[in-house]
Design a protein around this ligand. Structure first.
Ligand code: PMT
Length: 304
């Protein structure tokens, strides 16, 4: 058995997985022949330290990249399966902070809550766009929390989209843990402090990009992200990932500058996408540029 098969054999499917798969199937059926489909993964996975989880290892990702990119894929006429970490940043809602909404509402005639006209102009465009996408049924939201929830969803979504190849792409912006505690080593209950300092040994998670590209979705257009903090390592690591997994595009980003620039690395070349001062002043987001470029490359991929 391959390492990744062992992982799935040892980590049971999360609750609600069958329903999630049914939703993905129905979504793909609805859009096949009408819209290309993008699977966007977003946010960070948790690694539980206990089976009845009180504590877990997390990572920094807020899900901004995935949420913003989803809006731009919708703008490019894609249908989107948005697989995101529960309570991370989401499309449309990211423009409305909850406190702003409370401030923006007042009681109208008959005690009915209304948006005050001064605030309405900010909410209206977001609401209109959301309602449009909703009426077309072009956005499917599915959530994960732990690494295992994420990997089960990722595999099923990829297998589902493979049937639509080449008109489907994967855009893997989630920050996925490389380490975990296997089921037979994880504590059943809350770890107690009486026994002194805690030493935890995390095992390596099999790299799922390998079966994703070679087994689950061999004809899909696959874009992965690579995050580094050391500029000198970025291109080297992105190129190595591409050679190893043989997918289509790696988007390299540095933690410090990820909101302003990214590098697109393919087998043949690498190119920098950077917001100009003018674009920054106009509040243009780097995800707009990334998604336009990815869609253009995906269109070429579909042609050949
Ligand atoms: O969410 P934000 O705050 O906006 O931040 C966005 C981001 C910085 C998280 C995003 O742009 C990004 O870079 N995401 C990828 C983070 C990363 O470097 O992941 P990685 O090196 O752990 O994995 C690289 C690739 O391997 C990923 O496509 C991942 O899906 C895949 N992987 C990872 C672990 C694993 N066990 N199997 C995998 O296949």
């Amino acid at each position: 058995m391959e390492e990744w098969e062992e992982y799935f054999a040892q980590n049971p499917a999360p609750r609600g997985h069958i329903q999630n798969c049914a939703q993905m199937e129905a979504f793909c059926q609805r859009h096949v022949g009408h819209h290309p489909i993008a699977l966007v993964t977003s946010g960070g996975t948790t690694v539980p330290l206990e089976r009845n989880t009180v504590r877990f290892v997390d990572n920094f990702s807020a899900g901004t990249r995935g949420a913003a990119s989803t809006e731009y894929f919708l703008g490019q006429d894609y249908a989107v399966i948005f697989i995101h970490r529960d309570k991370s940043v989401t499309p449309f809602l990211r423009h409305l902070n909850p406190r702003f909404l409370l401030e923006a509402m007042h009681e109208g005639p008959g005690g009915i809550l209304q948006l005050s006209p001064a605030h309405s102009s900010q909410v209206h465009p977001v609401w209109r766009e959301y309602q449009q996408i909703k009426s077309e049924g072009r956005l499917l939201w599915l959530t994960f929390t732990s690494l295992s929830d994420y990997l089960w969803l990722l595999r099923s979504a990829t297998q589902c989209l493979q049937r639509l190849a080449p008109k489907a792409l994967l855009y893997l912006a989630a920050a996925v843990s490389d380490f975990y505690i296997p089921q037979d080593e994880i504590s059943e209950h809350k770890i107690q402090s009486e026994s002194g300092p805690l030493t935890v040994q995390l095992q390596l998670v099999p790299k799922m990009l390998r079966p994703l590209v070679s087994v689950w979705g061999p004809e899909l257009y696959v874009v992965s992200f690579k995050l580094e903090t050391d500029e000198k390592k970025l291109i080297e690591k992105a190129t190595a990932a591409l050679r190893k997994y043989k997918h289509d595009l790696v988007i390299g980003n540095l933690l410090q500058t990820r909101r302003e620039e990214v590098t697109l690395v393919t087998e043949r070349e690498s190119s920098l996408l950077r917001l100009t001062e003018h674009q920054k002043a106009e509040h243009i987001e780097i995800e707009k540029l990334i998604v336009e470029e990815v869609c253009s490359r995906h269109r070429n991929f579909i042609k050949y």
